[in-house]
Design a protein around this ligand. Structure first.
Ligand code: TXA
Ligand code: MG
Length: 358
C-alpha cells in the first residue's frame, strides 16, 4: 500500500512480516541489499525496535519527531533481516503526516516503507507519480495530495561514537547542530562527492561561495558505513541531466553556451526564479508564430527563488518527471547554495545528474 508522508510517498508493509516486506522489493525492483526504514507512531514503538536507545536519540526524537528525521540505531532481534538487508542496524522514523501516523497507529505494527517509486526513478511527491511507476504492481494508493517537504528524510547514523549525517533531507544540518553541536557529514551526503566526481568537480564550496562550512567536518568516508542506498542509481530521469554550477549570471552564460553547442537537442531547464524569465523568453521567443520550437529550450520548470531552498525542495522531483514528459533529451538544473535545505536539494540534483556538471 502506498501512503503519503510529509516528505515523499512511501510504499508500506508490515515491518515485522518478512514476506510482506519482500513484496516491497519486488514491486519497486529494489536491490535486496538496500535496507528499509521502519516507520513508527510513538517513541515507545521505536525503542522496542532498537537494541539500545541512547540519550542522544531521546533528545533528537523529542525535538524532531514526528518529522523528517531518520535515526540509525543498533537493531533489536524482533526486526526481520528482510528489513535491514542483514545489517546490524535499523533505520527508524516517525513521520508527521496525519495519514501516515493514522496508518501506523491503526495497523498496530511498524510500517517498513521506502519511497513509492520504481527503484532508480525520482521519488514520488504526488499520488499520480506512484500510479505512473507502480500501477498494476500494488493494491492501494492513499492519495493525500502533494507532499509538503518534497525531499526525503534526513538520515543520521547514531551507531558510532559521534552522530554522522548520511543523507541530507527535511531536517537541515543547521537544525541538527542546534541540538548536537558539530555534526560529521559523510561523503555520500555531500553533493557530488561520493563517486567519480573528481573529473567534473564537486558542487562544493569553490563553485558556491555561499555554501555552508559543511565540508570542514566531512568524513573521509572510511569512518562510517554509507547508506547502502547511496550505492545505487537514484532519482534518474530518462533524459541526460546536468547540474549548472555558479551564480545566476554564470549559470545563464553556461546555459546559452550549452544550447549553442548542441543545436537540435531538445533541452528542458530546471531554473531558479531569478533566471527563469530569461529562459522562458528563449523558449517562447525562439520562432514566432511556429509555436514550440523544434529544438532548443522545449520546457522550463520554475523551481523557486535560490534564497528559498525549501520551496525548491518541494518542486524538484515533480519537475524532473515533467521534464521527461515534455520529451526533453537533456535537463539542465541550476545549482543553489548549500545552506539549509540547499544541501538536500543539491544532493538529489547531483544524483539525478550522476554528478555531471557544466
Ligand atoms: O522520507 C523518507 O525517508 C521516505 C519516506 C517514505 O519515509 N523514505 C525513504 O526511503 O526515502 P528509501 O528507502 O527511499 O530511502 C531510505 C534510505 C536508503 O538509502 C537506505 O539505504 C537507507 O535509508 N538505510 C536504511 N536502513 C539503513 C541502515 N541500517 N543504515 C544505513 N542506511 C540505511
Ligand atoms: Mg528511495
Amino acid at each position: 500500500m502506498a501512503f503519503p508522508t510529509e516528505t515523499v510517498y512511501g510504499l508500506g508493509a508490515n515491518g515485522l512480516d518478512a514476506e510482506a516486506v519482500e513484496g516491497i522489493f519486488i514491486a519497486k525492483g529494489r536491490p535486496r541489499r538496500n535496507p528499509l526504514i521502519l516507520h513508527v507512531a510513538t517513541t515507545l514503538q521505536a525503542r522496542r525496535l532498537a537494541a539500545v536507545w541512547p540519550d542522544v536519540a531521546e533528545r533528537l526524537a523529542g525535538r524532531f519527531w514526528p518529522g523528517p528525521l531518520t535515526l540509525i540505531l543498533p537493531r533489536a532481534p524482533v526486526v526481520p533481516d528482510a528489513v535491514t538487508a542483514g545489517l546490524s542496524s535499523i533505520a527508524l522514523r516517525m513521520p508527521s503526516h496525519p495519514v501516515a501516523l493514522a496508518l501506523i497507529d491503526r495497523s498496530g505494527v511498524p510500517i517498513a516503507a521506502p519511497s513509492a517509486n520504481l527503484s532508480g526513478s525520482p521519488s514520488p511527491t504526488l499520488a499520480a507519480h506512484v500510479l505512473a511507476d507502480l500501477d498494476g504492481k500494488i493494491d492501494i494508493i492513499l492519495d493525500g495530495g502533494p507532499t509538503n517537504v518534497g525531499v526525503e528524510s534526513t538520515i543520521l547514523d547514531l551507531t558510532g561514537e559521534r552522530p554522522v549525517l548520511l543523507r541530507p533531507g527535511g531536517v537541515t544540518l543547521e537544525e541538527l547542530e542546534q541540538v548536537l553541536g558539530r555534526v560529521l557529514v559523510h561523503d555520500t551526503a555531500m553533493p557530488g562527492k561520493d563517486t567519480d566526481a573528481a573529473d567534473t568537480g564537486p558542487a562544493g564550496r569553490e563553485s558556491d561561495p555561499q555554501g555552508p562550512a559543511v565540508a570542514a567536518g566531512a568524513l573521509s568516508g572510511l569512518q562510517a558505513a554509507p547508506c547502502p542506498g547511496t550505492l545505487f542509481r537514484h532519482y534518474a530521469p530518462r533524459a541526460e541531466a546536468l547540474v549548472v554550477t555558479g551564480d545566476s549570471r554564470e549559470q545563464q552564460v553556461k546555459v546559452r553556451e550549452y544550447l549553442a553547442g548542441y543545436p537540435g537537442r531538445r533541452v528542458a531547464l530546471m531554473a531558479t526564479a531569478e533566471n527563469a524569465p530569461v529562459y522562458v523568453q528563449m523558449m517562447t521567443g525562439g520562432l514566432p508564430g511556429v509555436g514550440r520550437p523544434p529544438a532548443g529550450v522545449v520546457h522550463v520548470e520554475v523551481l523557486g527563488s535560490r534564497s528559498r531552498p525549501e520551496e525548491i525542495a518541494s518542486h524538484i522531483f515533480s519537475a524532473l518527471r515533467r521534464c521527461d514528459l515534455a520529451g526533453a533529451e537533456a535537463i539542465l538544473m541550476e545549482a543553489i547554495p548549500l545552506s539549509g535545505m540547499g544541501l538536500a536539494v543539491m544532493n538529489r540534483l547531483y544524483r539525478a545528474a550522476a554528478n555531471r556538471v557544466i
